[in-house]
Design a protein around this ligand. Sequence first.
Ligand code: PLP
Length: 447
Amino acid sequence: MPPSSAAALQPAPTNNLDAFWMPFTANRQFKNAPRLLVGAKDMHYTTSDGRQVLDGTAGLWCVNAGHARPKIVEAVQRQVAELDYAPAFQMGHPKAFEFAARLTALAPKGLDHVFFTNSGSEAVDTALKIALAYQKARGEGGRFRLIGRERGYHGVGFGGISVGGIVTNRKTFGPGLPGTDHLRHTYDRERNAYSRGIPEHGAELADDLERLVALHDASTIAAVIVEPVAGSTGVVLPPKGYLERLRALCDKHGLLLIFDEVITGFGRLGAPFATDWFGVTPDIMVTAKGITNGVVPMGATFVSSKIYDVFMNGPEHIIELFHGYTYSAHPLACAAGLATLDTYAEEGLLTRASEVGERFADALHALKGLPHVIDIRNIGLVGAVELEPIEGQPTKRAFSAFLKAYEKGIMIRTTGDIIAMSPPLIISEAQIDELVGTLADVLREID
Ligand code: PLP
């Protein structure tokens, strides 16, 4: 064996952090002062220096039932020994069908079919492709445009960043998909600052869709995609009546409405899906994250029968949709997902955010008046505290808050100068107080 190959087989020293190009991370800052997590149980992470950190973000908005839940751990362990992998193209395994049936039974009425992916980004791109293919299949192939929204986050695929509206995620990657356009975002601090729950003002912002229809003509538009509640962009809530109005306008113009529920799905707001919470049903619903409690990567795109049935024509031996992933419906993900649904059901977690949401809102809104705070927003177990940016140094203040919070034993997330929290749905009232109380100390201590 040549010496270089032998060297490649040696375990890397654990202090070599250079090889891993970390995603959405300030790599040089991190590698100078690493924050390494080595264990997790229920509401806490264990750090490499042996500290317990209260998880205020459910990992990345995904560990809704808390960490290392026994039923899920056992299901994955059993599955890997029984059937580690099975192709999903022209083959199947029973848990894929069982999981799809369980999911569609839980999903809002009318979303009767599910296409499995491995992430939210893939589930978004799947939704966009299905929307375009559906319009073509029903003889409306001229509808090629996809409408997103400013400040929307739909993952990092080219489809997702094209309909997404976060400038930093788009500006370095060329023009993206042709034929996309964006609605105005719904954040209006002037009228809605410190709203508790859904903001009062701004339903009329949905009428921005009329502007885009007037500009492009409805006959060129396939679909509109929005997050019912935007999370990654700093928690932007839909004003009262906004989603209803968007639904009505999509119906008026024959456009499909896609809800990206990657964050809002699986109990985050206090109902199984935001669709249930708002009582507005999309034609396509995108999910991921909480679908397996974050334990095995998975995404799922739900579609209505209206859409699915259009594809189920033509000769039976012909593939209806030329799309899919090597790991679609991976056996480990399906096993994790089934056990996750059991855990959610047994512990009433999909509605728990509505039970503790008031306590969370009280704690959060008590931060009003603390240094740097310019807005506070909440819904279910989602909360955001917006800080005044340091002049000329946007994001720096919130990042300092993140570092200080970690040092003090809580995990929060920041986007721009917004602090977001989305704890596991098992959080106790005492832990809510601990999370928000520690954040209050952080705000008092940072510059
Ligand atoms: N859509 C939304 C609304 C999200 O919040 C995210 C991730 O945070 C995604 C899509 C992308 O999911 P993933 O990171 O699993 O690709």
